[in-house]
Design a protein around this ligand. Structure first.
Ligand SMILES: Nc1ncnc2c1ncn2[C@@H]1O[C@H](COP(=O)(O)OP(=O)(O)OP(=O)(O)O)[C@@H](O)[C@H]1O
Length: 307
């Protein structure tokens, strides 16, 4: 559906590209999760999809047609729900939806129907007379969601749709977004919360420094090959032991903590025997499966949010 190919972008007056060689696809019926720390390039990427930024290098197509052309002909085919609240605080929920349905260019009969469907979808019926500024954080996010679904687009882009919401609203929003994909729409979902991406995404792209570090199906990312062994040592691993362990997987040592991400097919028992027979004093040995969080840290060497 959406195909981003070798996209590059540099803001005028800056010395470094904000996006370099980004290639991704979003398919109907699927959720593409975009993960990246601050400054990774997520907003720059999303801004291209709201036509806020022009394509400098590479291409973006929708069903094979250049994005700019599709957007010009039918701007509501792609619905971008931004991080910020995108409604009028002084208007009620219903007034906001009526206003945005008119802006979508829907015919008046259709408008009434879509407003009602959007209220139902975001479960905002009982709040339709409430001024938007008086809604709780979770309800404000649901109003953003209701506005995004008004035009029934082919592609949704949600930029951090659960920031500042209570756990109940978060669960509701995640379920609602999964329902949109199940109805056959393509969805791009950006979040700093890896557990959310694990909960909703079919494919995941990990961005850092404007580049795609990893792009794969969630199941492949989390598959059996990503077994991890963690332990502590008193000193740096001797080079011979390091070399022997490297045959089992990727080694990362930070101070006393060592982490080995096993290659697919590497035998755990053989690795443990090797550690036992080595001169290294190993303690706190743990074995676990990689979570998206471990994978992210291993790839970027940093947390998703700057501390
Ligand atoms: N308007 C701008 N002018 C110049 N540089 C910019 C501009 N907007 C973003 N950048 C730079 O582009 C790079 C990517 O930023 P971007 O905002 O796309 O990242 P992000 O992943 O959305 O980060 P965050 O999670 O903090 O929103 C950063 O180095 C940033 O400083």
């Amino acid at each position: 559906m959406l195909e981003i190919s070798h996209l590059g972008f540099q803001y005028p007056g800056t010395s470094r590209a904000a996006l370099t060689d980004v290639s991704l696809t979003a398919s109907r019926g699927e959720i593409l999760g975009l993960l990246g720390p601050n400054g990774a390039g997520k907003t720059t990427l999303i801004s291209h999809l709201s036509a806020g930024l022009p394509v400098q290098t590479g291409s973006i197509t929708i069903d094979g047609q250049p994005f700019a052309q599709v957007h010009r002909a039918n701007p509501t085919r792609i619905s971008v729900a931004p991080q910020e609240y995108a409604f009028y605080p002084m208007l009620t929920v219903l007034e906001n939806l009526r206003c945005f349905s008119a802006a979508c260019g829907l015919a008046s009969v259709q408008r009434r129907q879509r407003v009602q469907e959007s209220l139902d979808f975001a479960q905002l019926n009982q709040f339709q007379g409430t001024q938007a500024k008086n809604l709780s954080g979770g309800l404000k996010r649901r109003l953003n969601l209701a506005i995004a679904v008004l035009p029934k687009p082919d592609l949704y882009v949600f930029d951090e749709p659960t920031v500042g919401v209570d756990p109940q609203s978060r669960a509701f929003i995640l379920d609602a977004i999964k329902a949109l994909a199940r109805q056959g729409t393509a969805v791009i979902y950006t979040s700093h919360y890896m557990e959310e991406i694990e909960a909703v995404a079919d494919h995941v792209a990990i961005l850092d420094g404007g580049r795609v570090l990893r792009y794969d199906s969630l199941s492949s990312l989390l598959q059996a090959g990503a077994l991890e062994v963690r332990f502590s040592v008193n000193e740096a691993l001797p080079s011979q032991t390091h070399a022997a362990l490297a045959a089992f997987g990727e080694i990362a040592q930070s101070g006393q903590a060592v982490e080995i991400r096993l290659h697919a097919g590497a035998r755990l028992s053989a690795l443990i025997s090797l550690l036992e027979s080595s001169d290294v004093d190993v303690s706190d040995l743990q074995v676990g499966r990689a979570t998206l969080e471990n994978i992210f840290l291993a790839l970027t060497d940093r947390q998703l949010r700057d501390q």
